[in-house]
Design a protein. Structure first.
Length: 325
């Protein structure tokens, strides 16, 4: 678990981070979101002491980070920097082996681990191990950077705009792979982004920052449906419909949906496989987007019940939910 209490960073006379506090529980992904210059990177770098806080307290897994030597601390914290930070004159295998070398791992152990990780990241060692960063696409380089950060199996992972340099399509693909990576399921992750969609997709919790302060912290649903002030509301305005439908899941409209629509006889209930009620309404509507008269079977694991949703029943339930909020 990461705890930051009243941390600030002052550069000369600029207050880059201004008295912020947050907590990231074990296994959670916390996103620092905000526009350029609001203090996200400075906050992230204070966690592994690439930048030392001017004031405040930070602990990781109950240990005060200021009691540890920065180099030793950083061995337990994976870090993916904004520009991937790969050494251009090192091959893929050499790049991912940097930390094991510092930790004096046996060669065979390093190679086994590199093989396992690169396999998961769809860059088999036999095919990519000897290549150099400039022989790889941006998405592949980013995956090598992620493998390098994960190789020593650190419990904490810090990522600064890890997909920032990628085009939107590659970015969505790499992000999807990232979400599905078994290695990451147990990690405590802090991720910096200015991309709202990315924050909503990846963050269990989001801290929205402005001018060095956290303006609101909460789940995507909290931020979009219960904005703390006008700044938060306006921040999401340009993508509001998409974000609301992404933040809401079928379980949020479970009791609202009109039962009459569930039992219409002329809807085709056979063309979709069952999905879970934790799926977002946006994902559900995408699945229905090609359909004329289809219904999506959705299972609510909490109650064990199954309901069929059409595009129009989702839209009606969403409008009703909005009216009541
Ligand atoms: N080493 C430094 N010396 C002086 N000022 C700095 C330094 N690093 C950052 N700043 C200033 O601190 C503020 C916050 O910068 P920071 O990089 O944390 O923002 P950010 O939200 O990560 O921005 P971006 O999304 O553009 O990376 C900015 O005003 C920046 O100019």
């Amino acid at each position: 678990m990461i705890t930051a209490e009243h941390i600030s960073k002052i550069f000369n006379d600029i207050k880059a981070v201004d008295n912020i506090s947050f907590e990231v529980k074990e296994g959670e992904t916390m996103v620092l979101l905000g526009t350029s210059g609001c203090g996200k990177t400075t906050t992230l770098k204070m966690l592994n002491r690439l930048i030392d806080a001017s004031s405040g307290f930070i602990s990781i897994d109950g240990k005060n980070i200021f009691d540890q030597q920065p180099e030793i601390l950083r061995r337990t914290i994976g870090y993916v920097s904004q520009s991937n930070g790969l050494f251009p004159h090192y091959s893929v295998e050499e790049n991912v082996s940097v930390v094991p070398r510092l930790l004096k791992w046996e060669k065979s152990k390093t190679q086994r681990r590199a093989q396992e990780l690169l396999e998961q990241l769809k860059l088999p060692l036999s095919e990519f191990g000897h290549k150099y960063p400039d022989e790889l696409s941006g998405g592949q380089q980013q995956r090598v950077a992620i493998a390098r950060a994960l190789i020593s199996n650190p419990p904490v992972l810090l990522m600064d705009e890890p997909f920032g340099a990628l085009d939107p399509i590659t970015r969505a693909g790499v992000r999807k792979e990232f979400l599905e990576l078994p290695e990451l399921k147990q990690k405590t992750i802090v991720l910096v982004t200015h991309d709202v969609q990315e924050a909503f997709e990846l963050g269990d919790h989001i801290c929205l920052m402005d001018k060095g302060k956290i303006v609101q912290a909460g789940t995507a649903k909290d931020l979009i449906l219960k904005p703390a002030n006008t700044f938060v509301r306006t921040f999401f305005d340009h993508q509001r419909l998409f974000l609301e439908l992404s933040a809401l899941a079928f379980q949020d409209i479970w009791e609202i949906v009109n039962p009459d629509l569930d039992v219409e006889n002329d809807i085709n209930k056979a063309s979709h496989t069952e999905i879970n009620a934790e799926t977002s309404l946006w994902a559900g509507m995408e699945m229905l987007s090609d359909a004329g008269n289809d219904a999506l079977p959705v299972r609510n694991d909490a109650t064990g019940t199954l309901k069929f949703f059409t595009t129009s029943s989702i839209q009606k339930a969403y409008r009703t939910l909005k009216r009541h909020n």
